[in-house]
Design a protein around this ligand. Structure first.
Ligand code: MV4
Length: 504
């Protein structure tokens, strides 16, 4: 592999550039007109503009991306996550153009992308799936007959959906037929595929997923689980590994099941098998497989020491996995918080504008995968993720306390963001107790307001806070509080005490 084109943007493009640099492979960035000054463009060896800000005309524009690979002489494409990462047609087109697609075979993307087909394939491979019915576009009579044997509540899901898209709950069998019809109509309009299927509802489950790596020579391993149950509207906020509810025996069983699921579709490269976990029975069920590198991959890297992005590249160029299952161990605990440009005080409204001042945390066991810098302009064209803050420690409590400290030291001025919300989430008794089921946010975090987390006068505009923060960073002002005590000021407290006309 001589040169890799990264068909993505933001923090994941930056993450992939790091892997390329460490492997001594030049990296080509692509960017939309809105991303001319983005961090991934600054860090890449070369960059190519692929179109206007609209994703359809840039990061989803296959012709422009493949064209950029040709003009720069790239011989491989890393798709990252989102955009074209799970588009089988794109993977095929790359291969047809003689480019290495750094991901699974197109057939595996296609088979796992169709939820009804993947459910059938998993059942045939003896992978546990949630009790339910096979999919249908028209024959609701048959579905009704089968579904009436399952105790409600039921979920009607769209075969082409996934990630919570096109999901409907049915409380009574009497409502099933009308819900099948409307869900099918909606799925047809949204995905061009009206196939829907029915599953029994697992009440307040956990989302537990298993990372797998399979090479082109038949070797495959799992890298243990990640628990990602803390989500709002199917957007993950906090992920961790290990999960507090997974015993060593369950971990082994889930891991082996995940590798078997991947093998059932001829999988190669890095992938993630998602399971629903039922706390009461400790049963787990296959949900879907994500055929890409995932946002939350760093917690696995922190606890196993395996660089997943480098292994994606090595596997794609035909290298054999250099280790076996028995060589892999999880050490310690890792937590990831996603830092979004969203305002948690107003129902997570996206926030855009210039980052006037940025102070990112660091320290032993702190990793910050970031796509931003001071002066960076956040737009609303793309996913609002700014960065991912990841901590590692020997224990869950150690990783939690590190995360709280790191979040308190994360200062992003100029745009709204969720650092203080996450800090309170991590400090919640329910999080400490590991009650991190999918109901966590509606149950414990719906009343949140940032009032308690703006020490001093929170009416000060960010521009004023920036001036104060700059003076602080220049060493011209010092707030009270001794080093090493809990009274030591966080940057928020320091700038909160700053006053116009005050003692600078
Ligand atoms: C379920 C479920 C309960 N029972 N399926 C949501 C996202 C999509 N990947 C599947 N989802 C769910 N499917 C059955 N049969 C509960 C959810 C679910 C959920 C899953 C993982 C993480 C957060 C969630 C929040 C609400 C519902």
């Amino acid at each position: 592999m001589k040169k890799i084109l990264i068909a993505n943007r933001g923090e994941i493009a930056v993450r992939i550039i790091h892997a390329c640099r460490e492997m001594n492979i030049p990296a080509v960035a692509v960017f939309s007109e809105a991303d001319r000054t983005a961090l991934h463009v600054q860090l890449a060896d070369e960059s190519v503009c692929i179109g206007p800000p609209s994703p359809l005309e840039s990061y989803l524009n296959m012709d422009a991306i493949i064209g950029a690979a040709k003009t720069t002489g790239a011989d491989a494409v890393h798709p990252g996550y989102g955009f074209l990462a799970e588009n089988a047609v794109f993977a095929e087109r790359c291969i047809d153009e003689g480019l290495v697609f750094i991901g699974p075979p197109p057939s595996a993307i296609r088979e796992m992308g169709d939820k009804v087909q993947s459910r059938r394939l998993m059942e045939a491979a003896d992978i546990p799936v949630v009790p339910g019915t096979a999919g249908t576009a028209k024959d609701f009579g048959n579905v009704l007959k089968k579904a009436s044997k399952i105790k409600p509540p039921l979920f009607v899901k769209a075969s082409a959906g996934g990630g919570g898209k096109g999901m409907r709950i049915v409380e009574s069998i009497d409502d099933l037929e009308s819900t099948l019809e409307s869900a099918s109509r909606e799925a047809e309009a949204a995905f061009g595929d009206g196939t829907v299927y029915v599953e029994k509802v697992v009440e307040n489950p956990r989302h537990i997923e298993v990372q797998v790596l399979l090479d082109q020579h038949g070797a495959g391993v799992h890298l243990f689980e990640r628990e990602c149950s803390i989500q709002r509207r199917h957007q993950k906020l906090v992920e961790e590994t290990p999960s507090v509810v997974i015993t060593p025996a369950l971990r082994k069983k889930m891991g082996e099941t995940a590798v078997a699921a991947a093998r059932a579709v001829g999988y190669q490269n890095a992938g993630t098998v998602e399971f629903l976990f039922d706390d009461k029975s400790t049963d787990f069920y296959f949900l879907e497989m994500n055929t890409r590198i995932q946002v939350e991959h760093p917690v696995t890297e922190m606890t196993t020491g395996v660089d997943l992005v480098k292994w994606q590249i090595r596997i794609a160029r035909g290298e054999a996995l250099g280790f076996k299952q028995k060589d892999l161990r999880q050490r310690g605990h890792s937590i990831e918080c996603r830092i979004y440009a969203e305002d948690p005080a107003t129902g997570f409204m996206p926030s855009s504008g210039k980052i006037l001042y940025l102070q990112e945390p660091s320290g032993p066991g702190v990793r910050n995968d970031s796509g931003i810098y001071s002066g960076y302009e956040v737009t609303t064209h793309y996913d609002p993720i700014l960065s991912k803050l990841v901590t590692w420690d020997e224990t869950r409590e150690g990783a939690r306390l590190k995360m709280i400290t790191a979040l308190e030291n994360y200062v992003i001025l100029g745009i709204k963001n969720c650092t203080l919300y996450l800090r309170d989430l991590l400090a919640h008794d329910a999080f400490i107790e590991g009650k991190t089921n999918t109901d966590f946010i509606p149950k414990y975090m719906s009343e949140w307001s940032d009032a308690a987390w703006r020490p001093g006068d929170d009416a000060l505009p960010d521009e004023v806070l920036v001036a104060a923060a700059l003076m602080e960073s220049l060493g011209k002002t010092r707030a009270a509080g001794g080093a090493g005590t809990r009274e030591a000021p966080t940057p928020w407290q320091t700038i909160g005490r700053w006053e116009i006309g005050g003692g600078v």
